[in-house]
Design a protein around this ligand. Structure first.
Ligand code: BGC
Length: 420
């Protein structure tokens, strides 16, 4: 639970609560904190800026670079502690609940009723956007992490085909290596490594195992042989990165695949936003496959705009932002560019490319089959402290500070216990 209701914050709330009669004219501006700074992300955000500008709202951008959002969340914490609430902030699942519990979120329920969100937004997302019966956040999209992004020309050159099992994937990486291409494009940052490990765990143990270990935090699953085998598989796959991978940003890793300097990246479908920005076409320039052994399952996250309890004269702008974000037309236009899929179930897939159409169909099927599970690396498996403990252990293993899979399992169990 986050504690930051300082005197300033309480004062800000009190002033905000003075009500309609005391306030000056509505502020026609939306202030948004986010970590969408790559080419594809900025293009997607532009769709929103333009929609709001048509309605007469100015955009006050608060970008905090750093994939995965850790830096952005540190900045947000400082702003909120100072009583300086943004209109909205990009947030991932459990972080929304933390802020809601701290009592600093606004209430969009009236807009939700008017717009019929209850029926349109899947329950898996409402679990995080509705707190104590009140809408406190608005989901922008659904991303999923269990994807491979492959350069088609490189794939053709090495005579590769879609890997159906983890061993197939290793054989494919070997082929790329033999051809002198970097097999695996990865950025050695903890959140990228853990995002890839999410897929490996699902592939190694299946969706039920993933859910028990990384959503239910079941101790027996966390310390199981399957978890150990997952770390063994992680050790196998990271052998295929290039020597400069440490610290590389995720979008630079995607660029390696786009340019044909590397064969494949294992990454959430925000990577597809980079292919879209580079004007690349699925099946012609690149291939999107589910991480082998995870077909039929979706490990998801969703970008939420957490709506703060801003002063009364900023609430109209906040309502406009919320309504625009969940409108059907925006959900299509934005997600086509972002690489994600709509956060509403009633948006047609017409405007989406082949990977987007597959993403939408996969989400629907996984949801119906009970194979839709929240990503631990991406804030939808457990509370932020636990996700951070997870990212830390995975990264130490990748960078050789933890030497064996046995030790990694032990440290994972310990770190998660400490963070509970
Ligand atoms: C967010 C994506 C974003 C990615 C990289 C993820 O946590 O959900 O929207 O594109 O980080 O910045």
């Amino acid at each position: 639970m986050i504690k930051f209701l300082t005197t300033t914050a309480v004062l800000a709330l009190a002033v905000g609560g003075l009500g309609v009669s005391a306030r000056a004219a509505d502020v026609k501006e939306v202030q948004m904190l986010h970590w969408w700074t790559s080419g594809g992300e900025a293009a997607a955000l532009n769709v929103l800026k333009q929609d709001l500008s048509k309605e007469g709202y100015a955009w006050k951008d608060v970008p905090v670079a750093g994939g995965g959002g850790d830096a952005a969340m540190t900045a947000l914490k400082a702003m909120v502690a100072a009583g300086n609430y943004p209109t909205a902030s990009q947030m991932l699942g459990y972080t929304v609940l933390d802020y809601a519990q701290a009592g600093v979120m606004g209430d969009l329920t009236e807009t939700a009723k008017k717009e019929g969100w209850d029926k349109a937004v899947p329950q898996a997302l409402q679990k995080f956007s509705v707190y104590n019966g009140k809408w406190v956040a608005v989901p922008v999209n659904v991303h999923s992490v269990n994807w491979l992004w492959i350069n088609k020309a490189v794939m053709d050159k090495i005579g590769g085909k879609q890997p159906k099992t983890f061993d197939d994937l290793i054989a494919l990486l070997d082929k790329a290596k033999a051809a002198g291409v970097v097999p695996l494009a990865l950025g050695g940052q903890n959140w990228q490594e853990a995002t890839m490990f999410d897929s490996i765990v699902m592939s190694t143990g299946g969706p039920e195992f993933y859910k028990k270990a990384f959503n239910d935090l079941d101790e027996a699953s966390l310390k199981s042989d399957t978890m150990k085998k997952s770390f063994d598989n992680l050790a196998k796959i990271v052998k295929y990165v290039d020597p400069n991978f440490s610290g590389r940003d995720w979008n630079l890793a995607t660029a390696m695949v786009i340019k044909g300097d590397a064969l494949v990246q294992v990454m959430g479908d925000w990577a597809k936003g980079e292919f879209v920005a580079a004007k690349k076409t699925p099946d012609k320039d690149y291939l999107c496959y589910r991480f082998p052994g995870t077909e039929g399952s979706v490990i998801y996250n969703s970008d939420m705009f957490g709506m703060f309890n801003v002063p009364a004269d900023r609430k109209a702008a906040q309502g406009a932002l919320a309504a625009a974000t969940l409108s059907k037309s925006f959900q299509s236009a934005f997600n086509v560019v972002k690489g994600s899929v709509p956060a509403r179930t009633d948006v047609p897939d017409t405007a989406f490319d082949a990977c987007g159409k597959k993403g939408m169909a996969d989400l629907k099927a996984a949801n119906a089959d009970g194979k839709l599970v929240g990503s631990l690396a991406q804030g939808y498996g457990a509370a932020p402290a636990i996700a951070n403990a997870y990212k830390d252990v995975v990264s130490k293993f990748v960078h050789g500070q933890i030497k064996t899979s046995d030790e990694a399992v032990k440290q994972l169990v310990q770190a998660i216990d400490d963070a509970r």
